[in-house]
Design a protein around this ligand. Sequence first.
Ligand code: ADP
Ligand code: SF4
Ligand code: MG
Length: 329
Amino acid sequence: METREDLLVVDRLKTQFFTYGGVVEALDEVSFEIRLGEIFGLVGESGCGKSVTATSILGLVAKPGKIVSGRVLLDGENLVEKSEQEMNRVRGSRIAMIFQDPTSSLNPLFRIGYQVAEPYIYHQRRPKRQALKDATEILAKTGLPDAVEKSRNYPHELSGGMRQRAMIAMSLTCEPDLLIADEPTTNLDVTIGRQILDLVKDLQREFGASVLWITHDMAVVAQMCDRVGVMYAGTIVEKTDVRTLFRNAKHPYTERLLRAIPSAVKSADKLEEIPGSVPQLIHPPTGCRFHPRCDHVMEICSRVKPVELEVEPGHMVACHLFGGEKEAT
Ligand SMILES: Nc1ncnc2c1ncn2[C@@H]1O[C@H](COP(=O)(O)OP(=O)(O)O)[C@@H](O)[C@H]1O
Ligand code: SF4
Ligand SMILES: [Mg+2]
């Protein structure tokens, strides 16, 4: 469903990897919308297709992968149809990305300040001195201590948390409409990770960008996001606003993810593990891809793929427990 306030619409996106071992069906008709100024969370266990969703939006699907069908609409323009050159422009100006590993986007040979200033110099044609000054300012905004001094350092001279802040500063200099954050706190210790979450939230408010926040952690969803899509084995199984998800989760997989959140009253050893593991997607399970691990599995589940159904306003669930499925006759 597209509404006027949607910035990004991902529509039945199908991305596959054509490997020697077979076709990896990584995304199977993934659909969601990100509204203007919201933080949309994409949550699921490792291997569910979260990163492939991000690279598909950015036009950076690794070989031997490609988008085989579906659309990615940014303000109504289909990014899937754009040329590499056009996508380069989109990535430099409208969509920015922060990754789990900041070293992948920082060049070890250049000083931090210069790298942050680059978009100002080359895209916005600011004089170099001014650009460097502006870069230091934005570095300071990310909470980098002694930003003036640190901007003269090379990436290896900074800690992991500082490098992550530098990458966030880089992503903000192009003033993106959409920021994609793919588990950027995974490699950081808990305290620094929490600071980075707060930082992105503050900056998102200040700059008014929309954010796609990718995580395997429901607690992070609770802290960060406005709305959320729960992903399992290349499909979105549930989609709603975060309050509704925590109050009234419907999909058996979402329920399991929620039960796996550590809380003050549960000790770590009582934390529930989700039995089984995310399947390989070369021969994904038929019908509902969750059926081999589901406590509520029914006869229809292995045969028919459940369609998305609106169980309450704005709350979509794809599961046969909630009906809506017509069997093919
Ligand atoms: N380059 C690739 N070649 C083959 N399969 C891939 C490649 N990249 C990802 N996949 C497969 O796509 C699926 C989704 O992966 P990914 O998006 O990285 O998961 P997540 O980010 O949720 O952990 C997995 O089954 C993974 O093995
Ligand atoms: S469709 Fe069936 S297998 Fe899939 S989550 Fe629902 S009940 Fe479980
Ligand atoms: Mg990933």
